[in-house]
Design a protein around this ligand. Structure first.
Ligand code: HEC
Length: 175
């Protein structure tokens, strides 16, 4: 009896590894998947939201700020300077015909606050961080966003939206 019992124990030990290994592997896969999901959420939370729907008064303020500081280069209707598509150092369109809507709120904010330089180090867009307040810059990028199609704004509002655009050979901060 006892011999059988011992033999049984040994047999049980011997039979365990195949499914135990499968379970361990399964648990490991679950763990990695959960970690990836959590990590993904952490990255998503890093997407700072600055653009907001504007009241009529702030829309007018945005229109005035844009006319004063930006329209000479980016155009009254935000359509950019002629030839911007082929020359990345020319002021691009900021409306739906350009790629501004594909940049994150923070990227847009930084571009306005810090400006840009071309490949040769020449300033292509001045920095407005010293001239405009933080809230004026937020008003401006929200004003620009007000030109974008409804569907674009809805897409950006989704929790898993991340900025798909990488552009500009001369995208160097002036700071
Ligand atoms: C002297 C011309 C000039 C003025 C004035 C100017 N910009 Fe620009 N802007 C540029 C150029 C050139 C670029 C492209 C440079 C780059 O991104 O490397 C650019 C890029 C941008 C971008 C990035 C767009 C994209 O799709 O990559 C934003 C947003 C922007 N400008 C907003 C503004 C706002 C808002 C103002 C007014 C406060 C302004 N700009 C004033 C020349 C100008």
């Amino acid at each position: 009896m006892s011999e059988l019992g011992v033999a049984g124990t040994v047999e049980t030990r011997g039979a365990a590894p195949p499914w135990a290994a499968a379970m361990t592997l399964g648990a490991l896969i679950c763990f990695v998947a959960a970690a990836a999901l959590l990590w993904g959420n952490r990255l998503r939370q890093a997407e700072v939201k600055l653009i907001e729907p504007l009241s009529h008064a702030r829309l007018e303020a945005g229109f005035a700020l844009y006319g004063q500081h930006c329209s000479a280069c980016h155009g009254r209707f935000l359509s950019g300077a002629p030839g911007w598509r082929t020359d990345p150092e020319l002021p691009p369109a900021l409306n739906e015909t350009g790629h501004a809507a594909r940049h994150s709120d923070l990227e847009l904010y930084r571009r306005v606050a810090f400006g840009a330089r071309g490949r040769d180090g020449r300033v292509t867009m001045p920095a407005f961080g010293g001239t405009l307040s933080e809230s004026e810059i937020v008003t401006l990028i929200s004003y620009i966003a007000a030109w974008w199609p409804e569907a674009e704004l809805r897409r950006r509002a989704l929790a898993d939206w991340t900025s798909p655009a990488i552009c500009g050979p001369g995208a160097v901060d002036q700071s």
